[in-house]
Design a protein around this ligand. Structure first.
Ligand SMILES: Nc1ncnc2c1ncn2[C@@H]1O[C@H](COP(=O)(O)OP(=O)(O)OP(=O)(O)O)[C@@H](O)[C@H]1O
Ligand SMILES: NC(=O)c1ccc[n+]([C@@H]2O[C@H](COP(=O)(O)O)[C@@H](O)[C@H]2O)c1
Length: 175
């Protein structure tokens, strides 16, 4: 079984992420999605918990008929970047390669001797978690066009837009 690890915060999972997963599955049997910063949730930068991210990504992959080929594993941060790579690898099924668009993450895994794959960013001005959270914060419904339908529905279900406005407002007023 040839598997590739794809780590990210997925706050939220968007169409850029989905297109990477599809592309990776052209070359690998399975993709292991590491839901990073798993300890985070209910903050402006990380509004969704690991469990919520897991559930919304799972629903998306089911709708895309990709769920059978994917693993979803929450991975907390630790305050030791070099140790984080082996920590992450210890929590997931065995992989042969690591895919990321983040040069820092690729450097860390290269150091461990793992094969790394630099993924091309798909329209990063549009498909970016930060941009999507900003649109939600502003009440601009265009964000729905940038994420799979299952993500948009899930965010409604958990009152995600209201949550983002609330936690961002609170953090802003504290600073
Ligand atoms: N538009 C995109 N196309 C392809 N890959 C992407 C895109 N945006 C992010 N990625 C990659 O997906 C992985 C997970 O990214 P991450 O969860 O940080 O998303 P992000 O949109 O960059 O988030 P944020 O803006 O919140 O930092 C990383 O390897 C990242 O480089
Ligand atoms: N020291 C650490 O804990 C460490 C190091 C590198 C990446 N990570 C995590 O891996 C994920 C990588 O995702 P991005 O490529 O989206 O930044 C993030 O959740 C990030 O916090 C953690």
């Amino acid at each position: 079984m040839n598997r590739v690890l794809f780590p990210g915060r997925f706050q939220p999972f968007h169409n850029g992420h989905l297109s990477v997963v599809k592309r990776l599955l052209e070359g690998f049997d399975e993709v292991v999605i590491a839901i990073g910063s798993a300890q985070e949730g209910f903050t402006c930068r990380n509004p969704f918990t690991a469990g919520e991210r897991l559930e919304m990504i799972a629903r998306t992959l089911k709708e895309e008929a990709l769920f059978e080929k994917a693993w979803l594993i929450p991975v907390p941060d630790i305050n030791m970047p070099m140790a984080w790579t082996t920590y992450a690898l210890s929590l997931v099924p065995r992989v042969s390669s690591i895919a990321s668009g983040n040069p820092h993450v690729l450097e860390l895994f290269k150091w461990t001797g793992f094969k790394t794959i630099r993924v091309e960013l798909v329209e990063p001005d549009k498909y970016s978690g930060a941009y999507i959270r900003q649109l939600i914060l502003e009440g601009n419904e265009y964000w729905r066009k940038l994420v799979p339908n299952a993500i948009s529905r899930y965010i409604d279900e958990v009152n995600g837009a209201e949550r983002i406005r609330e936690v961002c407002r609170n953090e802003h007023s504290r600073n």
